[in-house]
Design a protein around this ligand. Structure first.
Ligand SMILES: C[S@@+](CC[C@H](N)C(=O)[O-])C[C@H]1O[C@@H](n2cnc3c(N)ncnc32)[C@H](O)[C@@H]1O
Length: 198
């Protein structure tokens, strides 16, 4: 599905233009699945001749991580550590998984009950450096998305106001809504791109 929508290419184009990108970032991919965001980030960094220093990534589902491991092997990308974890229980992550310059999370937080979103965002904030950035890609509330996201994915849809409130409740002072750039603008129908700083 994400291949059909060219979501990985849209992510890579978004990161290629991102002001927060720089060499030697320490990155966490939260709810990484098969690694679409980490791989897109690598593409965008490589386009500028850069590499992240290190990427850690976790997901609730071990089978997603093994598919991600194969993708990393195929792409000959080293330096990515993977762990099984629930975003609601980040205390199970290895102790060194702290002080990130960049935390990314795509199409995962909508699987939580809405009441659990602020605490999950807060847990991620606690792993960011004070000058770090959190980027969240999350499903947008619209009548068009109900059959796909609510009925098919069994996930939640969010409006801007409730998202801003959840980020503020979680202690983010700087919350900006950005967009997928052309020619991937159609991905904005699916989701919000939230860029937040503590
Ligand atoms: C739609 S996939 C998105 C995967 C990937 N981030 C992407 O953009 O392609 C959702 C992922 O979130 C993971 N997930 C769901 N609930 C989670 C939780 N509470 N903690 C961590 N991962 C979770 C699932 O296992 C799944 O891999």
């Amino acid at each position: 599905m994400i291949g059909l929508l060219r979501y990985p290419q849209g992510l890579a184009r978004f990161f290629a233009h991102a002001a927060f990108l720089r060499p030697d970032l320490k990155v966490l991919d939260a709810g990484c699945g098969t690694g679409a965001v980490t791989l897109a980030l690598h593409t965008a960094l490589a386009g500028r001749g850069w590499q992240p220093t290190h990427v850690d990534a976790f997901d609730l589902t071990p089978s997603m991580l093994s598919r991600f491991r194969h993708a990393l092997h195929r792409a000959a990308i080293a330096g990515v550590e993977l762990a099984v974890a629930d975003v609601r229980h980040l205390d199970t992550l290895p102790v060194a998984w702290q002080d990130y310059d960049l935390i990314v999370s795509s199409a995962m937080l909508e699987y939580l009950p809405k009441a659990a979103l602020p605490a999950a965002l807060q847990g991620l904030r606690q792993r960011l450096r004070p000058d770090g950035t959190l980027v969240v890609f999350i499903s947008r509330r619209s009548a068009f998305m109900v059959p796909f996201i609510t009925k098919w994915w069994h996930a939640r849809l969010y409006g801007k106001t409730e998202l801003r409130a959840a980020f503020q409740q979680a202690g983010y002072r700087n919350v900006a809504f950005e967009r997928f750039p052309f020619p991937y603008s159609y991905l904005n129908v699916w989701g919000h791109v939230v860029v937040a700083r503590p």
